[in-house]
Each structure stands twice: as structure tokens, then as C-alpha cells.
Design a protein around this ligand. Sequence first.
Ligand code: TXA
Ligand code: MG
Length: 320
Amino acid sequence: MAEIGNDIKKAKQILDNGGLVAIPTETVYGLAGNAFDEEAVSKIFAAKNRPSFDPLIVHTDSLDKIETFTTEVPERAKQLAKRFWPGPLTLLLQKADAVPDLTTSGLSSVACRVPSHTLTLELLSQLDYPLAAPSANPFGYVSPTTAQHVDQQLGAQVDYILDGGSARVGIESTIVSFLENKPKVLRLGGLSVEDIEDEIGQVDVATHSSSQPAAPGMLKSHYAPQKTIVLLNDINLHDITDYSEFGAIVFQDKLSNIPAENQMVLSERGDVNEAAKHLFKYLRLLDERPDIHTIVTNYVPNVGLGRAINDRIKRATSKG
Ligand code: TXA
Ligand code: MG
């Protein structure tokens, strides 16, 4: 168990000394350390059991500061930053020497983000360095949207958890690469493609997984709970005689076969934003239920944040 609280001074002290602090953001909680300190960064990889080839996002509180550790911010990246930061957007830019290779897994690019959360922005404004922060979950598992989620899984590895309540967006940031001429979405997330295109015009979306992903967190099987999780279309519910060990995560309406108390509705009013906020919390709730062995789920409407939800569902239900 880690200490949980909202003491920014304490968080700063730990970070200044090379320690790790879990921080709230509007998307998910991050496991943060000084991005310029290789020792702190190695602690992050170790705590998450994250392979060292999977680079970290670097967080700070302004575009001006990001300009100090990148070589160039292209015009359209600036436009997105000005409109959507602080917010659920990560920009992939060319890194400057200030960022250690360990933080970016040896890549010449760095993922940068200004998160939208008052506590974390206040903390960032007081630091002389940016924070490297992956989602505060063991590698491959569902991201945490509350301080308690972090404590359950990484409580022993983190020095302090800054409690900023339930994450408002609930799904990780959208990653847009500016490494090539045309901007490319590498991870669907909390900022919709529609909003991005409204600002800078058509972008490529290249989030398909492979064994050599552009963003290694885009591995095919990721964001997965420990239990078996299957798509509704991939099982024949009529063949099953005992539904009591089944759970379900559904968009608006419960399924008829599975006990109602085993089912979580993402958004009764059919709102994809509300569904995004609930997705990881509900996956955890069902994963923790000892009486449930299989979780059934289904895609949501593929618009707005629905695309990011469907991406996570696809990865969570993928076998390998
Ligand atoms: O919402 C978020 O982005 C959260 C909060 C804490 O900010 N962070 C987060 O970090 O989701 P993480 O580490 O779980 O996911 C970061 C993703 C990974 O898929 C990683 O491979 C990719 O970003 N990434 C980071 N730096 C990269 C780089 N230089 N090139 C390509 N992909 C990169
Ligand atoms: Mg993650």
C-alpha cells in the first residue's frame, strides 16, 4: 500500500529526489518520474515490468517547455497544441538531447503531452524538469482511472499517489505523429479523430497492430483483464447451459441470457464519452469478481471516442 493524498509539496520532494509518484490526469493515472533522470526512468520500467523497448510519454505544463526538449514543432502540431492542450492529446516530435535515450527507448522522437488536471498541472508548474509517465498499471493490463486502482496494483512500487479523483475522460490520450510530412494518428484515444480533423484537416489513422508497431503499446493483445474476454459475435450464447459464471460489458442494453447483476452498462443514454469514462473501471470490476470466469463484450458505435473504445475492446479480446 502506498500513501495516498493531495500534497503537491510532498509529491515534488519525492520527484526531486528521483522517486516515483502516481499522478492523476484526465485520461488515466500515470506513474511519474523525472524524465531527465535515467535512474528515475529505469525505476518506472521496473515498477511496471515494462519492456525497455516501449518508450514513455513526457508530460509538462506548456507548449513553451516542450519546445525546449524537442528540435522542432511543426505548424500543424502547434495548432493542435494550442487548441487541445491541456488535454488528451500526445504529440510525437523530434527529440532534443535533453531527453535521455532511455526515456524514448533509443528513438530519436519523443511523445509529449500537457495533461488536463489541476493538481498535476500545479505540480508540473513547480518542477524544473518534465515527468515521464506511462499509465500506472502493470504492463499489458487495464489502465487505472482512480488512485485506488493504482494502489491495488502498484502500491508497493510507488512512493506516493496523488489523488485527483476519478479520471474525467477514462481512456488514454490520442497519439499523433508529426515525424513524417502528413500527421498520423498512432493511437486512438481521448481526443476524437473528428476533433483533430476539424483543426488540421484529414489525418491518417495507422493504429493497426503488428509485431513491429510504431508505438509499441499498440501490441495486438493489450489493455487486457486477466479473465477470458470474448466478443459477443465469437461465442454462441445459446449453446451455454449455465450463464451464472458469465459477465458482460455492454454499451446501452443488457443481454437477455446473462444474469443482470453480472452485466455492466457503459452508457444507458448511449453516449460514447460516458462509455469511455466507464470502460476500464467496469473491466476491473468484472475481473475482480470471483464468481465470473468469462467476460462477454461487444463493439460500441464507431464514432468519436467510440473508435478508441473499440480499439481497446479489440485488443482486450485479441489472443495474441
Ligand atoms: O493518456 C495517456 O497518454 C497516459 C497518461 C498517463 O498521460 N499515458 C499513457 O502512457 O498511456 P503509456 O506509456 O501507457 O502509453 C504510451 C504509448 C505507448 O504505446 C508507447 O509505445 C507510445 O506511447 N510512445 C511513447 N513514445 C513514443 C515514441 N517516441 N514513438 C512511438 N511511440 C511512442
Ligand atoms: Mg499504458
